[in-house]
Design a protein around this ligand. Structure first.
Ligand code: FE2
Ligand code: FE2
Length: 234
């Protein structure tokens, strides 16, 4: 099959233009969010995947589920991130914390890795809660204001770029925390003696990881580059 997808295209751009590619990369373990600057061809090499078969899966995803268009204005992008991902986190993290604590308490003796998962989760929860509040209260309003802004003082430009760099480094830290949870749980493998709460915790940790990948992708590969274009045009 001849693919119309250029293997030199970066992952972040591919998902930006074809949101239906995200689940394919997710299932192949290809990092398209924090690693969005890497070209498809190189990402396949690094993951020991055949480029041809990956292209085929992407083409299948495209014909099965044609792309919804990604919102374009900065304020529409911000609304989408807040309503789809921040609201989910605000809702999910406190109740998932109760399950993680309970499972570690009940099964921690038989599965000592649960205590490490609990500790990683609590760190992640605190960082992410602070991070999304910082985005909503401080950084996003400044990005939205760039749309239609007349001109910015050089100090303001510098400050916005530094704030964005800081958010990106926090995304890397969150991705590392999620990767440690993934490894500690052996890719969310369900042990034979797992009770309903244990299974529920693993399902929800996996959903959290997938949602965070899409969330970080939208910020790193769509929202921040759009804001940078406006800053560069100032
Ligand atoms: Fe966010
Ligand atoms: Fe973020």
């Amino acid at each position: 099959m001849t693919s119309t997808i250029d293997p030199e295209t970066r992952l972040g751009r591919l998902v930006r233009e074809n949101p239906e590619f995200a689940p394919v990369f997710e299932s192949l373990g290809i990092d398209y969010c924090c690693g969005g600057d890497v070209a498809l061809e190189r990402a396949c090499e690094e993951s020991d995947l055949q480029l041809e078969s990956v292209l085929e899966r992407l083409e299948d995803a495209r014909s099965a589920d044609p792309a919804e268009t990604t919102p374009e204005s900065l304020s529409a992008l911000v609304d989408d991130v807040v309503e789809t991902h921040h609201d989910y986190l605000r809702d999910e993290l406190p109740s998932l914390e109760r399950v993680v604590r309970k499972v570690a308490r009940v099964h921690g003796d038989g599965h000592p890795e649960l205590r490490e998962i609990e500790s990683e989760f609590l760190d992640l929860r605190e960082e992410v809660t602070h991070h999304i509040a910082d985005e909503e209260e401080n950084v996003f309003p400044e990005l939205v204001a760039l749309d239609g802004a007349e001109s910015l003082a050089p100090d303001d430009e510098e400050r916005i770029r530094e704030a964005v760099d800081h958010l990106e480094s926090e995304h890397d830290a969150a991705a590392s925390g999620l990767e440690r949870i993934w490894a500690l749980s052996d890719d969310y493998a369900v042990p034979d003696d797992a009770c309903t709460s244990y299974r529920n915790m693993l399902d929800r940790l996996q959903m959290l990881e997938e949602d965070m990948h899409l969330h970080v992708h939208k910020e790193n590969n769509v929202l921040f580059p759009e804001a940078e274009e406006l800053l560069a045009a100032e």
